[in-house]
Design a binder for this molecule. Structure first.
Ligand SMILES: NC(=O)c1ccc[n+]([C@@H]2O[C@H](COP(=O)([O-])OP(=O)(O)OC[C@H]3O[C@@H](n4cnc5c(N)ncnc54)[C@H](OP(=O)(O)O)[C@@H]3O)[C@@H](O)[C@H]2O)c1
Length: 282
C-alpha cells in the first residue's frame, strides 16, 4: 500500500507520516513545495506519477479568523485544492481521506452532532471545509470524511501550547467557558486514521478524544497536568470578540466509529497528560 499525505508539515500531517514510517507503510509526505494543492497541473502530475493507493488530505487553510478577510485564498486551498485532488484521486481509483471539522456545524442546541446532521457553517473557514466535503462526495465513492475538533499536537501552534506560554507571561488568564467541544490529540488520532486506511468502511466519521469540555475546562486541565498555579477566569464568548464566529456547541457524536468497530480515542484528560509530559517537561 502506498500513501500520499498532503500538508505533511502541519500538525496532523507531521504525526501521520511519523506513524506510517514506524509501521513500515510506504508513503510520501508532501508539502506546499512538492505539492501545492492549488496548482491543478501539479496536482494531476504528482498524483499520476506517484500513483498512491490512499491519499490522506491534511493540507488546509486553517487560520479561522484570518479567513474572514482572506476569503479568496481560503477558498482556493480548501475548496479548489480539494477539488483538484479529488479529480486526480478519481482517475487512479485511490481512497481519499478528507480531514474536516466541527466548524461545519452551526453549534445550535446542546446535543452532540451526528454524522447525518445537516452542516450549516457559521464562519467562512467552516463554509469552505464543508464545500470541500461536497467536492469529495460529488465525485468519489471510496472516501472517508473524518471530522475532528480542537486539535493539538507537538508540531505547530495550538491551544495547549498557547496556554502554557501565557502561563509564563501572566498571573491571570481569561478563557471562554460557553463553547463546548472535544480536544483531539494528533498522536491518538493518527492511530485511528492508519487503522481506517486499511479498511473499506467508507463514509463520514467523527473522531476526537473522549469527553466534552469548554475551552475554560480544557485550560484548567492543561494547567493541572503541568502543575502550573495560575488563576483562570471563565468568560463568555461575547467577552472575547473574534473576527470569525465559533459554534457554541461543537460536540460530535462518534457512535458511527463504534458501530464500524474502529478504536476509540482515549479520554482527553489522559491525552493532555501525555502531551504535557512529552512537550513541556522535556
Ligand atoms: N487545527 C485544528 O484545530 C483543526 C480542527 C478541526 C479540523 N482541522 C482540520 O485538520 C486538518 C489538519 O489541520 P492542522 O491543524 O494539521 O493544520 P495546519 O497545522 O495548519 O497544517 C496545514 C498544512 O497545510 C499546508 N498548506 C496550506 N496551503 C497549502 C497548499 N496550497 N498546498 C499544500 N499545502 C498547503 C500548510 O503548509 P504551510 O505550513 O506551508 O502553510 C500546513 O502544513 C485540516 O484539514 C484542518 O482543516 C483542524
Amino acid at each position: 500500500m502506498k500513501v500520499l499525505v498532503t500538508g505533511a508539515n502541519g500538525q496532523l500531517g507531521y504525526d501521520i507520516i511519523k506513524l506510517l514510517d514506524s509501521e513500515g507503510i510506504e508513503f510520501w509526505g508532501t508539502d506546499r513545495e512538492s505539492l501545492d494543492i492549488t496548482n491543478e497541473e501539479q496536482v494531476t502530475r504528482v498524483i499520476n506519477d506517484y500513483y498512491p493507493d490512499v491519499i490522506i488530505h491534511c493540507a488546509a487553510y486553517t487560520a479561522v479568523d484570518k479567513a474572514e478577510e482572506e476569503k479568496e485564498l481560503c477558498y482556493s486551498v480548501n475548496v479548489l485544492g480539494t477539488k483538484y485532488l479529488v479529480e486526480a484521486c478519481k482517475k487512479i481509483d485511490a481512497k481519499m481521506f478528507y480531514i474536516s471539522t466541527d466548524y461545519v456545524f452551526d453549534g445550535e442546541g446542546d446535543k452532540p452532532f451526528d454524522v447525518l446532521d445537516q452542516p450549516n457553517p457559521i464562519n467562512y473557514y467552516g463554509k469552505t471545509k464543508y464545500e470541500g466535503e461536497l467536492e469529495v462526495q460529488k465525485l468519489l465513492e471510496k472516501y472517508f470524511i473524518v471530522r475532528i475538533s480542537w486539535v493539538f499536537g507537538s508540531n505547530g501552534n495550538n491551544f495547549v501550547k498557547t496556554m502554557l506560554r501565557l502561563a509564563k507571561e501572566k498571573d491571570e488568564i481569561s478563557v471562554v467557558a460557553d463553547q463546548i467541544g472535544s480536544p483531539t490529540y494528533t498522536h491518538d488520532l493518527v492511530k485511528l486514521l492508519v487503522e481506517m486506511i486499511q479498511t473499506d468502511k467508507y463514509g463520514i466519521y467523527h473522531a476526537t478524544n473522549e469527553g466534552y469540555c469548554s475551552w475554560y475546562e480544557f485550560a484548567c486541565e492543561i494547567f493541572k497536568q503541568a502543575g502550573i498555579d495560575v488563576k483562570v477566569n471563565p468568560i463568555k464568548t461575547e467577552d472575547y470578540p473574534t473576527r470569525a464566529r465559533r459554534p457554541k456547541n461543537s460536540r460530535l457524536e462518534k457512535n458511527i466509529g463504534v458501530v464500524n468497530n474502529f478504536s476509540q480515542l482515549r479520554c482527553y484528560k489522559r491525552a493532555i497528560k501525555e502531551f504535557v509530559k512529552s512537550n513541556y517537561f522535556e
